[in-house]
Design a protein around this ligand. Structure first.
Ligand SMILES: Cc1cc2nc3c(=O)[nH]c(=O)nc-3n(C[C@H](O)[C@H](O)[C@H](O)COP(=O)(O)OP(=O)(O)OC[C@H]3O[C@@H](n4cnc5c(N)ncnc54)[C@H](O)[C@@H]3O)c2cc1C
Ligand code: FES
Length: 474
């Protein structure tokens, strides 16, 4: 079996399949863990902002229970693997708080606690979120976790290779085709390539790889596979790793108001280490340029600066050590797509984690390995990767795709920015992360035109000049 993508989902799926007796090869475009996983806040929790009351309303109590059960199993799998494999990744137990500053939202939090408790989750309503400022109310989930996702995936990758699996890093897959006999051909970017990572040195073949089954775990399936690019939206956020003068608050927190700021301790930096995430928007919707962005009027550099300002206004920040922008994909009905891809019999997918892919992604790996082994775990239905969704989801899909159509058309008129190699939308310069970003489906490219994230698989033909240079900046 082949797994495309060596991130959180791909490595868990590969490891479970290999342990289940399937021979697995993972193809990773860059390095293991270098995708969104490496830029995640990495809260390993079943608390996903406020979601359970909404899931019960929209999908019914049974589907909400399946979501809660799957995510609980996802958390438990990771904690178990850390112990079993002895992975050194700063796995730390912490409470997770979802809080509001708005008195009008107290009722929403009460409803969330009630729904979560009914589903057997450890939810309580609190008046504090363990932060150095007052909040109106907070939903607390006790006994959750955070960890260093890159060190964890490195340990998992070593365990996979130790169990007989193969990992080919720096091997981008550019095409996936299911044949009539239901085997699948993968096209690799470079003809014959030696895997460079984790002790593997197998030949990948002359530009193609044949597999009986394939799991596509590339954050969003590449190219047009399964049509997932049109069934999700790319949702991004800014991150900063800071050092505080005193100890960082121990809990993990997220504000669930329109301004959504998220924090969690960063143990590797010592007692004052803190990760701060927020000021999110869709990828490519805050371009640098005279007119500013389409989302709040600020460009991406300003949005990053606002994150710093928020951190400094709330904490005694000594230094900002790292900054980044990263994204995930959201489905129109809150639940990820996991399972056999639309119109395929041997290609499986897992996407649409809405920035909660650690528990959801590990759960997806369990579902996919069960699917491979012909086992039924009872969670599959709400995650069905071929679903269209309820009337609300369909209406959102229509609105989203009309917006994409408008972006495609208007962006191409009088615009000399480079064009995305996925489906041809105009790209926007992201001066916070020095990248060309596509608002249509979230592909991102370096200033030199190399693919940073798909669904695009080909580099830019003419990268163009970053906006800052056009504008006479450095
Ligand atoms: C700012 C931010 C904060 C977040 N915080 C949290 C959190 O606290 N808790 C939580 O649960 N979730 C969080 N998430 C979400 C979570 O990080 C993601 O859902 C999860 O990491 C997705 O894992 P993945 O394996 O699907 O994707 P990725 O980690 O992106 O892995 C996909 C891999 O596929 C590779 N790839 C792509 N294209 C190809 C190709 N053509 N050929 C070969 N390989 C390819 C990439 O290089 C990459 O390594 C956050 C997300 C963001 C953006
Ligand atoms: S990501 Fe689809 S057109 Fe750019």
């Amino acid at each position: 079996m082949a797994v495309v993508g060596g991130g959180w989902v791909g490595l868990h799926a590969a490891f479970l399949a290999q342990r289940g007796g399937v021979r697995v090869a993972v193809f990773e475009a860059a390095d293991v863990g270098s995708g969104t996983t490496g830029f995640s806040t990495a809260k390993l929790t079943t608390q996903h902002g406020l979601i359970y009351a909404d899931l019960v309303d929209r999908h019914g109590a049974e589907a909400a229970a399946q979501y809660a059960e799957a995510n609980t199993a996802g958390v438990e799998l990771v904690v178990r693997l850390v112990g079993e494999l002895g992975i050194d990744c700063d796995l730390t137990t912490a409470s997770a708080y979802a809080y509001t500053l708005d008195p009008a939202r107290r009722l929403d939090l009460e409803r969330e606690v009630e729904a979560a408790q009914h589903l057997g989750l450890p939810a309580t309503l609190e008046d504090s979120a363990g932060l150095p400022f007052d909040v109106e109310a907070a939903v607390c989930f006790a006994g959750q976790y955070h960890l260093d996702p890159v060190r964890y995936l490195d340990g998992l990758a070593r365990a996979l290779v130790g169990a007989g699996g193969a990992i080919y890093e720096h091997t981008r897959i550019t095409g996936i085709e299911e044949l009539r006999d239901q085997t699948v051909t993968l096209t690799t970017e470079h003809g014959s390539e030696h895997g460079t990572g984790h002790g593997t040195d197998h030949e990948t073949g002359q530009g193609t790889v044949r597999a009986n089954q394939v799991i596509v775990a590339t954050l969003l399936p590449i190219g047009t596979l399964g049509g997932y690019f049109a069934k999700t939206r790319p949702v991004g956020a800014y991150g900063a790793a800071v050092r505080l003068r005193g100890p960082a608050p121990a809990p993990m927190t997220i504000q669930v108001d329109p301004s959504s700021w998220s924090t969690r301790p960063w143990p590797a930096a010592g007692p004052g280490g803190l990760l701060v995430i927020g000021n999110g928007h869709e990828v490519g919707s805050n371009p640098s340029g005279a007119a500013g962005g389409t989302n709040g009027g600020a460009d991406s550099g300003d949005r990053q600066a606002q994150l710093d300002e928020w951190a400094r206004s709330r904490f005694e920040v000594e230094s900002v050590e790292h900054r980044w922008f990263a994204h995930d994909y959201a489905t129109p009905d809150q639940i990820p797509y996991v399972g056999l891809s639309s119109a395929h019999r041997s290609v499986m997918v897992a996407t649409g984690f809405r920035k909660w892919g650690l528990s959801n992604g590990a759960a997806a790996a369990i579902m996919l390995s069960d699917l491979l082994a012909g086992r039924d775990h009872g969670w599959a239905e709400p995650f069905d990767a071929t679903r269209i969704g309820d009337a609300h989801a369909v209406s959102k899909l229509i609105t989203d795709n009309m917006k994409v159509g408008k972006e495609f058309l208007t962006g191409r008129i009088g615009n000399d920015n480079p064009t995305c190699t996925h489906l041809g939308c105009p790209l926007h310069w992201n001066n916070a992360d020095s990248s060309w970003d596509c608002n249509c489906h979230g592909s991102r490219f370096t200033a030199d035109g190399a693919v940073l994230t798909g669904p695009a698989v080909k580099p830019l033909e003419t990268p163009g000049q970053p906006y800052a240079k056009q504008a006479g900046g450095d």
